[in-house]
Design a protein around this ligand. Structure first.
Ligand code: PEP
Ligand code: MN
Length: 288
């Protein structure tokens, strides 16, 4: 694995390399990433129904979330979909849009197929590239064309150099606003068998030394375990991340996808209060 070299900074990463201390601010609706505030994105892993996502949008907004997340297209490990494991596709995306509008929250959703970029860009405020598609260069190229803000997740096997290279691809192809998202990496040992990844928190200051792009953390998909989500969220704020993205569900253990990691509404509210306390100490605003 190669580290980022001086030659990379001058050539390969010419658009995203930091020039002095200037950092870029990515604006999604009324939400700003990278301006010193701590953005909190909450919502279901998967949009399960119109009613479900509207209910979640109102709950996360009330607790102070900045944005709403929700998957309409899911890169699930196996190709089979069922009554309990499913994705609603474009219909689900429209429910997410309606929920965001009702709650007054910008929305982000994952695009898994380059062919769907234009129609998804017409609905979403921000488009997410999932970990598994980080180096799907055809997808990155299509995303560059639509000029929507992009949330670029780190592949769980990618070095910082690979990840920044993918961000450079987006901007090279025309994207103007890119936010990085650390979501855990594979390591030979995790802390419990059901925790699939290890959160690389130190990649936050490491990335900030190299690039001007904002960087957030996904404590839900990185820990894969509910009890680890709040501690890692607090650590993400303390270490200087520009935000977090969290799975929130009214009945977490019954979530259609990723039931082990979603936070309940009361757990999300408690976490928001804790984050505001840490934010005060660090002179950073948290959520709305
Ligand atoms: C998600 O955010 O729903 C997701 C699938 O995340 P990741 O790509 O990080 O696994
Ligand atoms: Mn998920």
């Amino acid at each position: 694995m190669k580290d980022v070299s001086e030659q990379d900074l001058a050539g390969n990463l010419r658009r995203i390399a930091k020039q002095g201390d200037a950092r870029s601010v990515v604006q999604v609706g009324d939400v700003k990433f990278g301006d010193g505030s701590f953005v909190v994105i909450g919502g279901p892993c998967t949009v399960e129904s119109r009613e479900q996502v509207i209910d979640i949008a109102i709950a996360v907004k009330a607790a102070g979330a900045s944005m709403l997340r929700g998957g309409a297209f899911k890169p699930l490990t196996f190709p089979y979909r069922s009554q309990t494991v499913f994705e609603l596709g474009m219909e689900g995306l429209k429910f997410l849009r309606e929920a965001g509008d009702r709650a007054g929250l910008p929305i982000v959703s994952e695009v898994t197929d380059a062919r769907r970029v234009p129609e998804m860009a017409a609905i979403c405020d921000m488009l997410q590239v999932g970990a598994r598609n980080m180096q799907h260069f055809g997808l990155l190229e299509e995303l560059g064309k639509v000029k929507k803000p992009v949330l670029l997740k780190r592949h769980f096997g990618a070095s910082l150099r690979d990840w920044l290279g993918a961000a450079e691809y987006l901007i090279h192809h025309g994207a103007e606003q890119v936010v990085l998202c650390e979501r855990g990496i594979v390591a030979p040992h995790t802390h419990v068998p059901t925790s699939r990844f290890i959160v690389d928190l130190q990649v936050v200051p490491a990335a900030q030394e190299i690039t001007h792009l904002p960087i957030i953390v996904d404590p839900s998909h990185s820990t894969f375990r509910r009890t680890f989500v709040a501690p890692v969220s607090r650590a993400a704020l303390a270490i200087g991340a520009d935000g977090i993205i969290l799975d929130v569900h009214p009945t977490p253990e019954k979530a259609a996808v990723d039931p082990l990691q979603a936070l309940s509404y009361p757990a999300f509210e408690t976490l928001m209060q804790e984050l505001r306390g840490i934010g005060t100490a660090l002179h950073r605003s948290v959520g709305r």
